[in-house]
Ligand binder design. Structure first.
Ligand code: NDP
Length: 313
């Protein structure tokens, strides 16, 4: 079967389409035929060597596929998903409900959608009347998060790198949007100077101080990524004068069981059916063009989800 393999870390050129012999599944595993693999920011970290993986290695953690008997599943955390086939344990697999949309419309609701859901539902359960600052607001997670926060009655302040990207966030329901340098004035204006209840930030290093300053007394900082680099070591006493809190969550902790994954996906599908969750289908590249998919995700020009079709060479 064909798969993308990493023999070394580096730029997109290290993504190599290779003929691979997959070992037979162990007694705990099932052989899955991959329909679509998701492309995620974490794949870039793996490719560059920022998150280390033993080489040679497969790449890609997310996918949609089926067993020989036709049962359809998705998975979120299985290295080697840029491939035509993969062996997975039952615990890693979650059944796709019959009423789910086709793969390109389902894919955005997996890593991105489930992340947006757990952020608003569990990492800091948003309540009617809360105010939230969302950074990387025009990204895939950001646009879904804005809509979930609005569906739960929050006021949303959205920040992105350009005016055009900020406007995309506003078109998805943000009450006010602007570029990162406008965060302080947007927050002051829309909270009468009090600050926001919660910050959901995945940019990390570049705007950390500005985001922290935006919080109201007893506010919560949910730091769920570091697209600009990790936040440097931090003096906890900086939280003290306003009794602030910081959470550094990860998707796997909030999707540990298939019941939890099914519950979150069911809520996302309900929002979608109600018209409260709008997003484009994933943009699908042939697996042979995985490098272009990585270039696009790194370009900061794309809003949405990117996938690979392993059967298009
Ligand atoms: P996207 O590529 O769609 O969005 C990432 C966004 O980050 C970009 O659109 C870009 O928007 C912004 N950004 C800010 N600074 C930089 C930078 N220096 N380089 C590149 N991008 C930058 O990705 P997703 O929406 O799929 O994921 C969003 C974030 O969430 C990622 O950082 C990812 O690692 C994280 N994540 C965390 C999870 C968790 O559980 N903790 C789970 C899943 C994802 P702009 O140009 O407008 O700033």
């Amino acid at each position: 079967m064909k798969a993308i393999r990493l023999h070394q870390t580096g730029g997109a050129e290290v993504l190599q389409l290779t003929d691979v012999t997959l070992p037979p599944p162990t007694s705990a595993q099932t052989r899955i035929r991959v329909e679509l693999a998701g492309v995620n920011f974490i794949d870039i970290y793996h490719r560059r060597g920022q998150y280390q993986v033993p080489l040679p290695s497969g790449i890609g953690i997310e996918g949609i596929g089926s067993t020989h008997s036709g049962e359809r599943y998705f998975w979120l955390n299985a290295m080697g998903s840029y491939a035509q086939e993969i062996n997975l344990t039952q615990e890693a697999l979650t059944r796709i409900p019959d009423h789910a949309p086709p793969p390109a419309a389902l894919l955005p609701l997996l890593c991105q959608g489930l992340t947006a859901h757990y952020l608003a539902d569990s990492a800091f359960p948003i309540a009617r009347g809360d105010s939230a600052l969302v950074t990387a607001a025009a990204g895939g997670v950001g646009l879904l998060l804005i809509q979930i926060l609005k569906s739960r009655g929050a006021k949303v302040i959205a920040a992105a790198s350009t005016k055009e990207r900020a406007l995309i966030a506003e078109n998805h329901g943000a009450d006010i949007s602007g570029v990162y340098s406008e965060i302080s004035e947007m927050v002051a204006e829309s909270t009468s100077g009090h600050g926001v209840t919660v910050v959901y930030d995945s940019v990390g290093k570049d705007y950390f101080d500005r985001c922290l300053e935006s919080l109201a007394t007893t506010g919560m900082f949910v730091l769920y990524g570091g697209a600009s680099g990790p936040v440097p070591p931090f003096d906890l006493m900086r939280l003290n004068p306003r009794s602030l809190a910081i959470r550094r969550p990860t998707l796997s902790a909030y999707t540990a069981t298939s019941q939890e994954r099914e519950r979150r996906l069911a809520e996302l599908l309900t929002l979608r059916a109600q018209g409260s969750l709008r997003y484009p289908d994933a943009q699908i590249f042939p697996i042979a063009d995985a490098r272009s998919a990585h270039h696009l995700i790194e370009s900061r020009t794309y809003s949405g989800k990117i996938g690979l079709d392993p059967w298009k060479i």
